[in-house]
Ligand binder design. Structure first.
Ligand SMILES: O=P(O)(O)OC[C@H]1O[C@H](OP(=O)(O)OP(=O)(O)O)[C@H](O)[C@@H]1O
Ligand code: HPA
Ligand SMILES: [Mg+2]
Length: 184
């Protein structure tokens, strides 16, 4: 499937690659400042956060270490199942470490609130969150998100790591899906 084929499934481009790059540079400067002189561990949430993690990490000036956790609550649909499953745990012990969770999107907030309590119980020196995208429903959950790239409307989005049924992750931008694709 090439980008042209994927394009037929899209309704619109919501955030361009250029806008994403500029935003990540802005966030990286703030993160560099916040963690100056401290060792930072980036925890990427697979699979959606791969692109954000790769580009944000390269936009940072400070040296960081990286680890990954895989959780899933969406399966093949556009609605969270409500059940968060660990598919892969961290390789490292985060006790006493400064940890920054890197996410692609906070939608219902369910994944993140579960992650914050799970990682928080492991005794990190600090625990913060950086997400590229956030939807309005996240406000219903009491979660503290320090860095947000874009607040977006409540519509299912794909691209730049985000999938629908595992497809569209490799689009370089964030777009909305045409209703015919998911039967909407
Ligand atoms: O705020 P929420 O409603 O919990 O949604 C956000 C989560 O959903 C997506 O992951 P998904 O479960 O689809 O796994 P994936 O990253 O492998 O696609 C996304 O990457 C976030 O981790
Ligand atoms: O809008 C979305 N798109 C893709 N994956 C998601 N996971 C939560 N919300 C979304
Ligand atoms: Mg997904």
């Amino acid at each position: 499937m090439d980008e042209k084929d994927m394009g037929a499934d899209l309704k619109s481009v919501l955030i361009t690659k250029e806008e994403i790059d500029a935003k990540l540079a802005e966030l990286a400067a703030k993160i560099d400042e916040e963690y100056a002189g401290r060792e930072l561990l980036l925890v990427g949430v697979l699979k959606g956060a791969v692109m954000v993690m790769a580009d944000l990490a390269r936009a940072l000036s400070s040296p960081v270490t990286m680890d990954w956790m895989a959780v899933s609550s969406y399966g093949a649909g556009t609605q969270s199942s409500g059940v968060v499953r660990i598919l892969k745990d961290l390789d490292t012990d985060i006790q006493g470490k400064h940890v920054l969770i890197v996410e692609d999107i906070i939608d219902s907030g369910l994944t993140l609130s579960w992650l914050l309590s799970n990682l928080g119980s492991r005794g990190p020196a600090s625990l913060n969150v950086c997400t590229l995208l956030r939807k309005p429903d996240a406000a219903k959950v009491a979660i503290d998100v320090k860095w947000v790239g874009f607040d977006i409307p409540n519509e299912f989005v794909v691209g730049y790591g985000l999938d629908y049924a595992e497809k569209y992750r490799n689009l370089p931008f964030v777009g909305t899906l045409a209703p015919h694709v998911y039967g909407g």
